[in-house]
Design a protein around this ligand. Sequence first.
Ligand code: PLP
Length: 423
Amino acid sequence: MTITQPDLSVFDTLESEVRSYCRSWPAVFDRAHGSRMYDEDGHEYLDFFAGAGALNYGHNNPVLKRALIDYLARDGITHGLDMSTTAKRRFLETFQRLVLRPRDLPYKVMFPGPTGTNAVESALKLARKVKSREAIVSFTNAFHGMSLGSLAVTGNAFKRAGAGIPLVHGTPMPFDNYFEGTVPDFLWFQQLLEDQGSGLNKPAAVIVETVQGEGGINVAKPEWLRALSELCKRHDMLLIVDDIQMGCGRTGAFFSFEESGIIPDIVTVSKSISGYGLPMSLCLFRPELDVWEPGEHNGTFRGNNPAFVTATAALEAFWADPQMTQQTAVRGEQVEQSLLAICDEHPSSGAHYRGRGLVWGLEFQDRGRAGQVARRAFDLGLLIETSGADSEVLKLLPALTITPEELDEGLSTLSRAIREVEE
Ligand code: PLP
């Protein structure tokens, strides 16, 4: 595809230097449908990024759009603080019926604010309040958001430095496979917990992603998660699963921890919960942890009612039967086969892949390669991002609703981009 130079002048001159994705993809996007995006010059792009996981059901999903248009047309409440509304009631009842009850999850639901980091902040605050302790354990390469509490449990040095103040009360431990199998799981963590001379303050909680999305698509084994859950129980620490990126079906099941059989004490959910890309987040916790005083955690935008409407429609459309989970597994196998073929075709690149469901990472020996491939893929009409501490991993995150044909098309483009970068 030949891309004409778009007019980016107002973005370049007026918008802050902090902008990022628009630098990877220098186009002015205008419309989107399903897994396709279109720029204002009419170029078409296949989306392998899905709004960083906020668009698991694709762009402008027609079922969700209909529900939203009907709601807006009848002057349904748009902004509701945390008032009781019909839209919120329907969401809560549907979430309980289609998500919590079938999984025997006893959670209470908190609306902590519009974005993922709001959910993480509330989870950390609640854990500290329940346990009357300050320390939180997180993991190497974790990403939990950009506000100060979330940054304190995030690994990336560049992002942490942006805080401008010391980030305290967080202690990182090695994530699964950090030492590539050479050290038994939790050796260091357990020793620190048990040794009164270790200097580790007793943690209130441990926060973990089952698959680290921003940290390089690092997949925790189910047995590693089970051992972590046991360790938390033995040492009276709450287990927080941050399912903001890997929840809502990204790895197959609705919650990414279901495969392991663990039941976290607290779960954070955001990104695709509204299904339509509208801001919404949840903090779920065991009822006995609900020690909040009324208004102790607050926020103007906790009642995004249009998001409740699309969230309800998404649950009804995709989670009323197990078909979604099976479809994600099938599409995931399609991706895995392609990545296997790519690695076989380019043995000298030292590429290897990893993933679960519909989240996959492709890492090259040359740490700059992923960025070069992503740039070439953009020229060829494919939107794909990188992840990892040095952006060394290509991250495949298509919508769960992508068709097998679109997936094939994107994987062929990716393969071509890799070939052309190597030449
Ligand atoms: N937690 C995880 C696991 C994430 O992937 C993200 C965002 O990528 C966040 C938290 C922060 O969410 P938000 O960007 O909506 O604040």
